[in-house]
Design a protein around this ligand. Structure first.
Ligand code: S3P
Length: 441
């Protein structure tokens, strides 16, 4: 099977109801927490993507067994730090920053040294934001330049800290929360706003964790060395995957879509706020709360002309993985859109801000960039013709998705390499596109 996709036709009008792939952040957290629970947890609707499968492999290597029966994974936990670790264990986190950072928090007390490695993209990413506070807690970490491979040697001498985050990061705060489970006393993390799935899941598990929000800071206190029981969890749909279908619908002619059962946690739905500011009229219906998380169906329809937006940086963290596709909407909007303080985008699976600017220029859009701020000069009449080839984007799944949605809405003959990157977060991406009528080879 070739590892590229060709798209030569824009998508016809559609009116569809779809299910989107399950949430990656929640899938990874549900496995890691099930591995620390006492008893057999049952997780259904788990995302079966590489990042999540690597999480399952990781807990297995640490001595936690699991099995799958129809749609349900059973994970056999033995409590906090109840791993059964063998000498010379290596964990391969693949492409997943979330797995790599979160699991370090669970390994601070490991019986033997563990080596953590990752793929080419992950090996380029910086781990200093977790290494520094973990060392303050007493963790014994050896690595070069704060990058993978990282060796962690368990210690019995952990201490609770008060940690003030400078930059909001769910991966950093979750790593510290997980490390705090192993640490005596009360660990306090004063965190800037970022997705809060770990806190919500631990609250749902009745773990002694407290969050007090004041002036944009969440003061999270975690009382260490407690246990929690095995649980049942059904993973909802991923807004970050839904994002591509939302913009596909907006930019297609006379089309409508309902995306069922998507997680609409407030810390994740910046894309909806931003697109609605641009005139999109996206609606959330059948809202419900499930195990502490908010879920809804997303209703979206075509919008002939979108307006430009002056996007407040206060929305950045709640849309951090969605800016690539938001930029495509801005490229098709009337007027100049501005986005500021987006340096975090360059810390992801690839240097996404740099690549986004390159991509927008490739499709003929004027972009002004001043450091981490960009202005996108939208063109509502934008149509593409001629050949486009996408390669060398560090196999970043979200850049692959962006390229497909661009081809399906703006035209041109596209050859998009590194199709396998979809397996990171959304293995059914192309299949789902085909069910709504996309012609893809
Ligand atoms: C994630 C947190 C985000 C996000 C990433 C997944 C998580 O990063 O970009 O794709 O599951 O915790 P931050 O750590 O910068 O918040």
């Amino acid at each position: 099977m070739s590892n590229h996709t060709t798209i030569k036709n824009i998508i016809h009008s559609f009116n569809k109801e779809i299910e989107i792939s399950s949430d990656k952040s929640i899938s990874i957290r549900s496995i890691l927490l099930a591995s620390q629970a006492v008893g057999v947890s049952k997780i259904s609707n788990l995302l079966e993507s590489e990042d999540v499968l690597n999480t399952l492999k990781a807990i297995k290597k640490l001595g936690i067994n699991y099995s799958k029966n129809s749609n349900v994974y059973s994970i056999h936990g033995f409590g906090v730090n109840g791993f059964n670790i063998k000498k010379n264990t290596t964990i391969h986190a693949g492409n997943s920053g979330t797995l790599a950072r979160l699991i370090l928090g669970l390994l601070v007390k490991a019986k033997y040294k563990i080596e953590l490695i990752g793929d080419k993209s992950l090996s380029k990413r910086d781990f200093s934001r977790v290494i520094r506070p973990l060392r303050l807690m007493g963790a014994n970490i050896v690595c070069k330049n704060n990058k993978l491979p990282i060796k962690i040697y368990g210690t019995k001498f952990l201490r609770p800290i008060v940690y003030n985050e400078n930059i909001g990061s769910a991966q950093v705060k979750s790593c510290l929360i997980l490390s705090a489970l192993n640490t005596p006393g009360k660990t306090i993390i004063n965190s800037k706003i970022s997705r809060n799935h770990t806190e919500l899941m631990l609250k749902f598990l009745k773990y002694p964790i407290k969050v007090v929000s004041k002036k944009g800071i969440d003061r999270i206190s975690v009382q260490g060395l407690n246990q929690f029981k095995a649980f049942k969890y059904k993973v909802p749909g991923d807004i970050s995957s839904a994002a591509f279908f939302i913009v596909l619908t907006l930019l297609s002619k006379k089309s409508r879509m309902v995306i069922k059962n998507v997680n609409i946690n407030k810390s994740r739905i910046g894309i909806i706020t931003i697109l609605n500011k641009m005139g999109a009229n996206i609606k959330l219906k059948k809202m419900k709360i499930y195990n502490g998380e908010e879920i809804a169906d997303i209703y979206v329809k075509s919008k002939e002309i979108l307006n430009s937006v002056n996007c407040s940086p206060s929305l950045n963290s709640s849309a951090i993985d969605e800016f690539l596709i938001i930029f495509l909407a801005a490229a098709k909007a009337k007027g100049v859109s501005s986005f500021k303080e987006l340096g975090e985008m360059n810390k992801k699976e690839s240097k996404r801000l740099d690549l986004a600017v390159k991509f927008l220029k490739l499709i003929g859009i004027k972009v002004d960039r001043l450091q981490n701020n960009i202005n996108i000069h939208g063109n509502p009449n934008l149509k593409l013709s001629g050949n486009f080839e996408m390669k060398d984007f560090l196999k970043d799944h979200r850049i692959f998705f962006l390229s497909c949605i661009t081809a399906l809405t703006l035209g041109g003959n596209w050859k998009i390499n590194d199709k396998e990157s979809i397996n990171t977060s959304f293995p059914n991406f192309l299949k789902t596109l085909k069910t709504i009528g996309a012609k893809i080879n």
